[in-house]
Design a protein around this ligand. Structure first.
Ligand code: PAN
Ligand code: ZN
Length: 195
């Protein structure tokens, strides 16, 4: 075996929390880490003053960011809303646009929102046991529409990278908000315009 071959390994995944052990890349995103991403800026300011809640946590196991390797990752989005918009991830395109990703729902009730640079949009529910395929060229964001943690597992090419800037400046075409108690997609009034 050539010396540069990596050794196989296994990790432990806690389905209740999304924690993987060992984990060499942990990210915690608070509301202050995603300024202006929620439509209701007044509600955002209030929540920031009220303690800047942790919106989601990501546990990833990093391997070399090289073609051929895969990254495994779990995301745990805590339940809640900013105004009437459900807690969500920042959302991103992969820096290498021609890379896909697979998500598997583990716990809670969520949605996957996807869009393309040509204005395409799709959404699909993600619950425990749902496998979603995110094809190349689709930006992706996940949303917790339930009352408990929404947890999902993901796997994607290690050289994909993340482009957050495009979504930061343009947003998603649709927002997922609570209307009459139910998750409802509504057009994003500021889509395509800097926040
Ligand atoms: C996921 C996401 C994770 C957090 O692992 O990175 O759910 O969302 P943001 O990266 O948009 O903050 C993934 O899609 N990785 O490529
Ligand atoms: Zn991704």
């Amino acid at each position: 075996m050539p010396m540069n071959h990596m050794q196989p390994f296994s990790l432990e995944l806690d389905f209740q929390t999304g924690i993987i052990r060992p984990c060499n890349n942990y990210i915690e995103r608070r509301l202050s880490d995603m300024p202006g991403m929620y439509a209701d800026h007044e509600a955002e300011q209030k929540a920031l003053q009220g303690g800047d809640p942790v919106i989601y946590q990501v546990h990833q196991y990093d391997v070399p960011n090289e073609n051929g390797h895969l990254l495994v990752v779990t995301s745990t989005i805590h339940a809640g809303k900013i105004g009437d918009e459900y807690h969500m991830t920042k959302g991103h395109y992969h820096a290498r646009r021609d890379t896909a990703e697979v998500y598997v729902g583990l716990q809670g009730q969520g949605y996957l929102l996807l869009c393309t640079e040509e204005g395409g949009f799709e959404s699909m529910p993600v619950v425990p046991g749902t496998i979603t395929y995110i094809p190349p060229y689709w930006a992706h964001r996940t949303v917790n529409v339930g009352s408990e943690d929404f947890i999902f597992f993901g796997v994607y090419p290690a050289d994909a990278g993340h482009d957050y800037g495009t979504i930061e400046s343009e947003g998603f075409p649709m927002l997922l908000v609570q209307r009459d108690g139910v998750p409802t997609l509504v057009p994003n009034p500021t889509y395509g315009r800097p926040a």
